[in-house]
Design a binder for this molecule. Structure first.
Ligand code: NOJ
Length: 525
């Protein structure tokens, strides 16, 4: 692998949600064999690294974010030996490998949680989690009023009468990070995978590990006692030392949905995490002023700590952005609002997604591409209830359809489902219209989303580096220059605007002397 110093500062990282990427053994579920067979798609796309969502043994209550063993591979996905081969094969193509680590919680099938259940109240085994007696005369009320982020209470009672904390599903008990054993364990897990060649970790719920030990009640929506606690910084400083003790620039990427970007940036100081997903960008509604504001705040907050921004439009937790941007009404994203009920104009969503891709690829810093985004896939809204698997659907009693719609298996080739995903069907149904959105069909079409991503990722490598300077081309045109010689413009207004001067390097749609609505352009100027 070529050694590019600071590679992570500008890396394009492709997110693989393994069970929906490609199925190598014909059981309808994606696996490592499937990924290995499709590595050339990723090499041709031109990405720098892959981030794999959790690949550990798991009962799959939360798509693998319920980990039963942090040092092995889920048998549905393959074996540890295959994972090692996959890492080597990616490296041979100059692609780095980042894996997910899930330190906030484990599966209820993890041996430590099973031991805690067996050992009973007051035992050291229970100190690895948050077990507490209940409230009320007979302890039948949860210890506090915290809500699970998947709906319902964050507490579940066990037969001996104690309750345990789970910020997610009841099958995902939270670890107690005040216990030094947990710290040692995860440091060892980091080394286990670094020793096997991984180039970094995406840290799940990175803001949530440390809790206020008094577990106080909260007012509605207040997350203070279980998010962004000061004690987290010390944990990440020790993780950073471990990462830095390995060669080849191993990286730590935080998943943090924090309301205040300058708080999030504190985790990106030089001795803590390398980068964090920019979710303010992801949730931003389709509006020039809002995007200008997010980009400005992001660059300022990151500059203060010397960290690169990491732009992201979609992932396995949110409505795909073709659908978000195509909505009538609120084009942003929120976990809380019932936006899934709004009508969608997919053609408009696609036009905007193309423009957003060029924006993301042009901004200073790194970026993420969620599998299928490069094909222009949309959220599948009509999955039958009985096939839905996300615990969010069951825990909200169907009020929230959950996240299955962005996790539908990828269409690779052919005219009929499962579109080359594998030989044994697909674990969630794919729309018949995806026949026009297979990787094979799009590779042959220079006007496809795939061609746009390939061209964008290739040209991006030779764009000038430098700081971003806003250009005033009107309130509803987002335009900036980077260094000397590169101009970006995106027209959010309802009417065409004059094309800025320069030679067109790439455009998200036809541009002929003018820049049409919802269209972005890259210019050498
Ligand atoms: C964030 C992950 O991205 C999501 O898929 C998961 O459900 C939660 N963390 C809990 O692990």
């Amino acid at each position: 692998m070529t050694d590019k110093t600071g590679w992570w500062r500008s890396a394009a990282i492709y997110q693989v949600y393994i069970r929906s990427f490609a199925d190598g053994n014909g059981d309808g579920v994606g696996d490592l064999a499937g990924v290995r067979a499709r590595l050339d798609h990723l090499a041709d796309l031109g990405i720098d690294a892959i981030w794999f969502t959790p690949w550990y043994p798991s009962p799959m209550d939360d798509g693998g974010y319920d980990v039963a063993d942090f040092r092995d591979i889920e048998p549905l996905f393959g074996t540890l030996a295959e994972a090692e081969e996959l890492i080597a094969e990616a490296h041979a193509r100059d692609i780095r490998v980042i894996i997910d680590i899930v330190p906030n919680h484990c599966s209820d099938e993890h041996r430590w949680f099973q031991a805690a259940l067996d050992a009973g109240p007051g035992s050291p085994e229970r100190q690895r989690f948050w077990f507490r007696p209940g409230r009320g005369p007979d302890g039948s009320e949860p210890p506090n009023n915290w809500k699970s982020r998947f709906g319902g209470s964050a507490w579940t009672r066990v037969p001996d009468g104690e309750w345990y904390l789970h910020l997610y599903s009841s099958r995902q008990p939270d670890f107690n990070w005040d216990n030094p054993e947990i710290r040692t364990e995860f440091e060892d897990v980091l080394r286990f995978w670094f020793d096997r060649g991984v180039d970094g970790f995406r840290i799940d719920v990175a803001d949530g590990l440390v809790k206020d030990p008094h577990l106080p009640d909260v007012d509605d929506g207040d997350e203070t006692p279980f998010s962004d606690q000061e004690g987290l910084h010390e944990i990440y400083r020790s993780w950073r030392k471990i990462a830095d003790s390995y060669g080849g620039e191993r990286v730590l990427v935080g998943e943090m949905w924090l309301p205040d970007m300058s708080r999030a940036a504190r985790y990106l100081r030089r001795d803590e995490l390398h980068s964090a997903f920019n979710f303010d960008f992801l949730v931003c509604p389709w509006d020039a002023a809002r995007f200008r504001d997010v980009v400005t705040r992001t660059l300022r907050a990151h500059d203060e700590v010397g960290a690169p921004a990491a732009w992201v439009l979609s992932n396995h937790d949110v409505t795909r952005h073709v659908t978000r941007y195509g909505r009538e009404g609120d084009t942003g994203f929120s976990f809380a609002n019932r936006l899934h009920e709004l009508p969608v104009d997919r053609e408009r969503g696609t036009r905007r997604a193309r423009a957003a891709a060029l924006l993301t690829l042009a901004l200073p810093g790194g970026l993420y591409v969620y599998q299928g985004e490069e094909l222009g896939l949309w959220e599948v809204l009509d999955i039958p209830d009985e096939l839905r698997q996300d615990p969010v659907f069951a825990r909200t009693r169907g009020a929230d359809p959950g996240r299955d719609g962005c996790r539908v298996p990828i269409p690779w080739s052919g005219d009929e489902p499962p579109f080359g995903f594998g030989s044994g069907g697909a674990w969630l149904p794919q729309p018949a219209s995806w026949r026009d959105y297979t990787a094979e069909a799009e590779a042959a079409d220079p006007a496809s989303m795939l061609s746009l991503y390939r061209d964008g990722l290739r040209i991006r490598r030779s764009l000038p580096a430098g700081s971003l300077e806003w250009l005033s081309l009107g309130e509803e045109v987002l335009a900036f220059r980077i260094g000397t010689g590169f101009t970006f413009a995106l027209n959010f207004s309802a009417a065409p605007v004059p094309l800025p001067a320069g030679e067109v390097l790439l455009a998200s749609g036809p541009v002929d002397g003018e820049l049409p609505t919802d269209t972005a352009v890259w210019l050498r100027s």
